[in-house]
Design a protein around this ligand. Structure first.
Ligand SMILES: Nc1nc2c(ncn2[C@@H]2O[C@H](COP(=O)(O)OP(=O)(O)OP(=O)(O)O)[C@@H](O)[C@H]2O)c(=O)[nH]1
Ligand SMILES: [Mg+2]
Length: 334
């Protein structure tokens, strides 16, 4: 019987029998499945739906090892609860805050690190990086060397955090291995664990991400997904609002300032999205689901997959949003 072969881009088991199923390739001599081939060569993204059960099994099996884990999170779209993954696996863990390039340069890395340190979650270390801009990747490698317990290091996190991108960057910077993982702006690009040898002392193990069913990106067409994902440093837009005034974020969200003193709202979303101030009497986007928040001093209203709005003073805010998309309030990141 033939040896089983796995796609070098996403880890799926290759097969040449059913075009409609995962892992199809016309020729089993190829290293990539058809989906990865299309993503890499034509930017032709295809969404695959995955259940989180499989990922939880992957995480549990990581927990059976003593290996170091890199937990990657996206600074603009970080999850509400960083303890969820942390609590599932007891391994030594480095928190890697990725996509630093999309936050304003004026924000100090040290301030971001302090924000996460104050959560008191047991991480060996917190590192801020930008895979895209190749920032602090050397420092991350240094920290990996300090905390690794064997040559194997796992890379986990939510889907789209940039896990495969980071491994590709480490490969390019420090390795002669020419393998390249598949990356894409859509969720669930990596389908299975993939082992990548950087050198004799370090093998990174990529994993599919934990899927966020409540991210806005799941409910947008690919063109809009591309608009919502910032490609450049975000230019925050600040509005001084009084009750009775509202903000529209493109066609995606509406924020009404309902009650409180004069207040400052700073919107951190992709520069490609239009933000508009209107009177609350205008009914635009009011067909979306309404949620009411009592904001306290210096808090962010976070919209999963879109970004966040920093509100300085306390006040009542109504948010209108697709009913599938998660929103929550946290202490201001910036
Ligand atoms: N701006 C910016 N974008 C990044 C950075 N790192 C990754 N990305 C983008 O984030 C998206 C997701 O990257 P992937 O590497 O596919 O993410 P992943 O965590 O492997 O995702 P799954 O395999 O779906 O779990 C891609 O569009 C990347 O180009 C970064 O440092 N800055
Ligand atoms: Mg991936």
């Amino acid at each position: 019987m033939d040896k089983e072969k796995y796609c070098s881009g996403c880890g799926v088991k290759l097969q040449d029998e059913n075009v409609l199923q995962e892992g199809y390739t016309a020729n089993l001599d190829h290293d990539l499945c058809q989906r990865c081939f299309r993503i890499k060569n034509y930017g032709d993204y295809q969404v695959v739906v995955k259940s989180n059960e499989e990922y939880l099994t992957v995480l549990k099996s990581i927990g059976q090892t003593k290996n170091l884990v890199l937990y990657i999170t996206d600074l603009l779209n970080m999850e509400k609860d960083l303890t969820e993954i942390r609590n599932l696996i007891p391994n030594k863990m480095i928190l890697v805050l990725n996509k630093r390039d999309v936050l304003p340069k004026s924000v100090k890395d040290e301030k971001l690190i302090q924000y996460f340190e104050s959560m008191d979650i047991p991480f060996e270390k917190i590192v801020v990086i930008s895979t895209k801009k190749n920032q602090n990747i050397d420092d991350l490698l240094k920290q990996i060397k300090i905390y690794q317990t064997s040559s194997e290091v796992y890379v986990v996190g939510h889907t789209n955090a940039g896990k495969s991108s980071l491994i590709n960057k480490l490969l390019r910077n420090y390795s002669t291995n020419t393998q390249e993982l598949t990356m894409s702006p859509l969720p669930t690009t990596t389908l299975n664990t993939v082992r990548i040898a950087i050198n004799d002392y370090l093998t990174l193990i990529d994993t599919p991400g934990l899927v966020d069913a409540h991210s806005m990106t799941n409910y947008l067409d690919p063109v809009m997904v591309a608009k919502v994902c910032p490609k450049k440093e975000i230019k925050p837009k600040t509005y001084q609002l009084k009750p009775g005034q509202s903000l529209l974020i493109d066609e995606l969200a509406r924020i009404d300032y309902v009650e409180g003193e004069r207040n400052s709202f700073t919107v951190f979303v992709s520069n490609e999205l239009k933000v508009k101030r209107i009177s609350s009497k205008n009914n635009a986007l009011k067909d979306l689901e309404k949620r009411t928040y009592e904001m306290k001093y210096e808090e962010d209203l976070v919209i999963n997959g879109l970004g966040f709005i920093k509100v300085v003073n306390k006040g009542t805010v109504d948010l209108y949003l697709n009913h599938n998309v998660e929103s929550f309030v946290r202490k201001s990141l910036i």
